[in-house]
Design a protein around this ligand. Structure first.
Ligand SMILES: Nc1ncnc2c1ncn2[C@@H]1O[C@H](COP(=O)(O)OP(=O)(O)OP(=O)(O)O)[C@@H](O)[C@H]1O
Length: 761
């Protein structure tokens, strides 16, 4: 029954067998003494490891205090916009706190998949260390048999060698595989968490429009999270394995080379570790800056793709190219700087780790040969056994000498291999410090993003520089009331999100079902901003807004810039419904064809190859077609209220008229933002914004049919004429000022005149 035992147990039993075959068992009489010695050595190993950890921590603390000058709080990181000059990254307590925060997201509980992968990964790491010890001993045994010309034992050793090779190679591949799996599991947890935060509660909109703490959220989510997870997963095996190796190899070596050798090794290790630490550049900060510059380069390209047509019309390629090149060179300059720093650092690192440590290792491995009295218990025992043999059979001196040489060779080869592995482990811990620094850089970026997204998701905004001003993000006092069958603003100012511009002062109006409203006013007066505030995208600083509950069938916004989604032609009409939702709503392709008829797009399915055709729709439809496709969504979702923001500006007036009458016939109450007086007649109320001296006043009036409508148009004309009259008055005032200035300041010269004008203006 070869698989009767559980697999790890079976492997362990097999390895024990191999190892005991490779190493002659201790005599029964000496077992107790041997155990006591083992316990003592284990205690020594643990004490050494503890000392090592304490020493490293002290060094890290000192370095971080040096680097930061003063302690930096977590929250400062979260409120800080990532700025190349402000990035403070170090392997310190703050880094550990940030890592802990991210870790809690990646591993929410001990039953998660990541924990399973981690346990499996750790098991294989331990197994690999154990196998390395066995290989070291087998190597020593093989060379011993070779020197002693013992063909039988040599052949047996070779067989064991191959027997160990199978689990060893399997272990190595599994470690690599599990490392990748760990990275993917971490990335999946983080990405899912970020998507939840980012796509809920309009966080993605707030991150771009209301808050400037993170820029390039796309780069952070797609690239930085990946880099963080890869670095963390590889660090676990690159740091966890050598630490384990150090403990086990130290223990094994202590048995051969004795405590003085071990002290030598430890002292050598700490001296070189301190030197390396002192000369290690700040790789964490360099990595964080590199990630930021990569993000800038990527977003410059995204902008080009998004605005390709506009740029082509303007012949803007030359300027855009210079922007792309500038962003690229900024990135490359930084990467080159990192590479230059690395040349000197890598040279020094190699010299210390590869050459200095090898020399120290050779010296220490020679202790049992040259100074057996300082050697470990195992070597002393072996020497004593050989001396005894020589004394009992002096006639066979030559054979004894051979035996002695063979035994010493075995000891030396085993020790050397262990030492090489130990140096390798130490080296990897050193190299890992550089990786740890880089991980600190990625951790900083990912943590910062997570904290900001969480803040925005929970509507927590930070000081935007206008604390204490009339309106600020920290003092939002307005109310939003749902479940109102209409749209009502009650003394609500329309203010830009950072609170510094009041676009419309204390807006108050209300409409109910069937009361169509048109909003008009000059460019930039805040018409679309009314909708942003109504939709909850912008904060309601004061007052109250009442509106229907969110839902595609209660209130639907048709924005100024048409949006066409990724997907089939069908999905353009039903957006943001999925095909499943369309079926659940009982709609068919025939219904969609009817809807397209209403917006005069009935020819589209035949032209584009059917409802399932998938294209880059924003490049396929003309400007008017895009707008009509948006209106098709209106007839598909059939909301009680529809808010149209210049949604028919590219549609001919006759088609526009038909669209409006269809919408009204179907019982949809429309709120239109437009400059076109021709649309007045489809509405009952007119809201004019951008009125008054400072442009933040508003006026609501009723538009009736016949007389009432004409009154509205006439009043519009009168207002425009008043404004034109104002231009004459302003011109004459400017002329007066110029005249007065030239009289008063002219004698002191031209330069002073310019200065005086600038000051006055
Ligand atoms: N995210 C934002 N942060 C700060 N200010 C903004 C933001 N978005 C828009 N604004 C500013 O708010 C003002 C009003 O913009 P809005 O889009 O409401 O104008 P509008 O009346 O609809 O103009 P138009 O008729 O040209 O469409 C503009 O001056 C604009 O610069």
């Amino acid at each position: 029954m070869p698989f009767a035992k559980p697999l790890p147990e079976a492997i362990s039993a097999f390895l024990d067998k191999v190892s005991s075959a490779a190493l002659p068992a201790a005599s029964t009489a000496a077992t107790m003494q041997l155990r006591i010695q083992r316990i003592r050595r284990t205690a020594l190993g643990v004490a050494l490891a503890g000392g090592a950890i304490y020493y490293m921590r002290r060094q890290k603390q000192r370095a971080s205090i040096r680097a930061l000058g003063k302690p930096v709080e977590d929250d400062e990181t979260a409120t800080m916009k990532i700025d190349k000059n402000k990035i403070k990254v170090a392997v310190d307590k703050r880094f550990l706190r940030q890592l802990k925060y991210i870790w809690a997201i990646c591993v929410p509980n001990w039953r998660s998949k990541t924990v399973m992968i981690l346990v499996l990964h750790t098991t294989f790491l331990i197994l690999r260390t154990y196998l390395s010890v066995i290989v070291a001993r087998l190597d020593g045994r093989l060379v011993r048999d070779l020197v002693a010309a013992d063909a039988k034992s040599f052949g047996k050793g070779l067989l064991y060698w191959f027997a160990v090779a199978i689990p060893a190679t399997y272990t190595n591949s599994m470690i690599r595989y599990l490392q990748s799996k760990l990275s993917i599991a971490l990335r999946t947890s983080l990405t899912r968490h970020v998507h939840d935060l980012y796509m809920e509660n309009n966080t993605y909109y707030k991150a771009i429009n209301l808050d400037n703490r993170i820029d390039g959220a796309d780069q952070l989510i797609t690239t930085d999270i990946n880099r963080f997870c890869t670095a963390l997963a590889s660090l676990y095996s690159n740091l966890g394995k050598p630490i384990l190796d150090m403990i086990i190899f130290n223990y094994q070596l202590a048995r051969s080379i004795g405590t003085s050798g071990m002290w030598g090794l430890t002292v050598n290790y700490f001296i070189t570790a301190s030197i390396l630490r002192a000369v290690t550049p700040s790789f964490g900060k360099l990595a964080a800056v590199e990630a930021k510059l990569e993000g800038d380069f990527r977003s410059a390209h995204s902008r080009l793709i998004t605005n390709a047509e506009e740029i082509a019309f303007y012949h803007g390629a030359h300027l855009e190219k210079s922007i792309l090149t500038r962003t690229y060179y900024r990135l490359i300059k930084h990467i080159n700087h990192i590479y230059r720093i690395r040349i000197a650092y890598n040279m020094f690192e190699d010299f210390i780790i590869k050459y200095t440590w090898s020399a120290a290792g050779l010296l220490i491995a020679s202790i049992p040969v040259f100074y057996p009295e300082f050697a470990g218990a195992r070597s002393r025992r072996e020497e004593a056994r050989l001396a005894q043999l020589q004394a009992s059979d002096p006639a066979n001196a030559l054979s004894q000498l051979d035996r002695k040489t063979g035994s010493r060779t075995q000891g030396f080869i085993t020790n050397k291999r262990l030492m090489v592995s130990l140096a390798d482990a130490g080296g990897r811990i050193m190299y890992s410090y550089k990786e740890l620094n880089e991980l600190a850089g990625y951790t900083y970026r990912v943590y910062n993003m997570l904290r900001v997204l969480q803040d925005l998701h929970d509507d927590r905004f930070v000081d935007t520089g206008n604390t204490g001003a009339e309106y600020s993000l920290e003092s939002i006092a307005g109310k939003l009331e749902y479940d109102f069958d209409g749209i009502k603003f009650d003394k609500t100012p329309i203010v830009t999100p950072n609170g510094d511009t009041v676009l419309i002062r204390d807006l108050s109006f209300g409409i109910g079902p069937g009361e169509h409203l048109m909003v008009t006013g000059p460019n930039g007066a805040g018409k679309t901003s009314i909708l942003r505030t109504l939709a909850g995208l912008w904060p309601i600083f004061r007052g109250k807004i009442s509106r229907p509950a969110p839902g595609l069938d209660s209130i639907l916004y048709i924005p100024q810039r048409p949006y066409l989604a990724i997907g089939s032609l069908r999905e353009q009409v039903i957006y943001p419904h999925t095909v499943k939702q369309m079926k659940q709503a009982g709609k068919t392709d025939a219904d969609l064809a009817e809807i397209l008829k209403k917006v005069y797009l009935e020819y589209i399915p035949a032209r584009e190859g059917g409802w399932d055709a998938v294209k880059e729709w924003k490049d396929v439809f003309s400007g008017g077609e895009k707008q009509r496709m948006q209106l098709a969504r209106l007839f598909y979702h059939h909301p009680r209220f529809a808010v149209l923001d210049e949604a028919t500006s590219a549609v001919s007036t006759d088609v526009e008229a038909l669209l409006y009458s269809t919408a009204k016939d179907e019982g949809i109450t429309v709120v239109t933002i437009s400059h076109r007086p021709s649309l007045f007649k489809y509405h009952n109320y007119l809201l004019r914004v951008g009125e008054g001296e400072s442009g933040d006043a508003w006026e609501m009036e009723r538009i009736g049919s016949g007389h009432g409508f004409m009154d509205s148009v006439e009043s519009e004309i009168r207002k425009l004429e008043d404004r034109l009259g104002d231009i004459g008055r302003l011109r004459s005032r400017l002329a007066d000022i110029n005249k007065e200035l030239s009289l008063e300041v002219a004698p002191t010269g031209d330069k002073d005149l310019k200065h005086a004008k600038r000051t006055l203006i």
